[in-house]
Write a protein that binds this ligand. Structure first.
Ligand SMILES: C[S@@+](CC[C@H](N)C(=O)[O-])C[C@H]1O[C@@H](n2cnc3c(N)ncnc32)[C@H](O)[C@@H]1O
Length: 221
């Protein structure tokens, strides 16, 4: 599929898939979306407690890097697992401007390490942040109650409806610890119904710039 690097409205880059007319992040602002959906409405629920995170779609590593930046300020221990079947190539990673846009030049090496480290191995990126990049399809995920928080960041329902199915959300539910949380940028009724069917309690929150709403789901037991 033909890929191009574009700038989103907040100045941060993303990858655009021409055939699908689908981006890795919101065209309204990749960084703004990541901060709003995954940090403000996800990570921040845990204060400075240790958190075990599953990311659905590691992609460019933007969510992982922003999570690192947020958690390092608080010395919050993070165990981060990013699942990805189609790793972004090194040339594309170099074209992402996240280190500059996030004014994180002192952590440039952290971003690079996140991409250069081995797949399928737990790597200590820093003392407090470990990363496991799992080269895996989402439908192969089979974890049981090991995550506190899921960043559900698959491509949209319009282009990959099979990834927003009850089958996938059942896996997500199973992989969360009791009282675990899933956040996603999505806000479609069909997605909410799938989440509820597998046991999630779902709430609608204000979306990031350019999007009215988003979902947060809890495994309440
Ligand atoms: C919206 S992008 C994720 C963006 C990413 N969170 C970031 O910060 O750059 C969705 C990701 O899911 C991956 N993907 C698509 N279908 C998949 C599948 N069936 N299994 C695993 N990964 C898949 C894509 O390669 C892409 O990296």
């Amino acid at each position: 599929m033909k890929r191009e690097i574009i700038k989103t409205l907040d100045g941060s880059t993303t990858i655009h898939l021409q055939e699908w007319d689908e981006c890795y992040h919101s065209k309204h602002g990749a960084i703004q979306e990541a901060k709003h959906v995954f940090i403000k409405n996800g990570l921040s629920l845990f204060d400075s407690d240790p958190v075990s995170i599953l990311e659905i779609g590691f992609g460019t590593g933007l969510n992982a890097f922003i999570t690192f930046l947020e958690s390092s300020q608080k010395q919050q221990p993070i165990d981060y697992v990013g699942v990805e079947a189609y790793p972004v190539d090194a040339k594309e990673v170099l074209a992402m401007n996240y280190v500059d846009e996030l004014e994180a030049a002192v952590y440039k090496e952290v971003f690079e390490k996140m991409h250069e480290c081995e797949w399928n191995q737990k790597v200590a990126i820093t003392n407090d942040f470990s990363l496991t990049k799992r080269k895996q399809f989402f439908d192969e995920i089979d974890d049981f109650e090991i995550f506190d928080l899921i960043y559900f960041d698959a491509f949209g329902y319009r282009v990959q409806p099979e990834l927003w199915s009850t089958e996938i959300f059942r896996k997500m539910y199973k992989s969360l610890r009791p009282n675990g949380v899933l956040v996603t940028y999505a806000a479609r009724g069909v997605v909410k119904r799938s989440m509820i069917e597998v046991g999630f309690t779902v709430e609608k929150l204000a979306g990031p710039p350019g999007k009215r709403e988003m979902f947060r789901a809890f495994k309440k037991v």
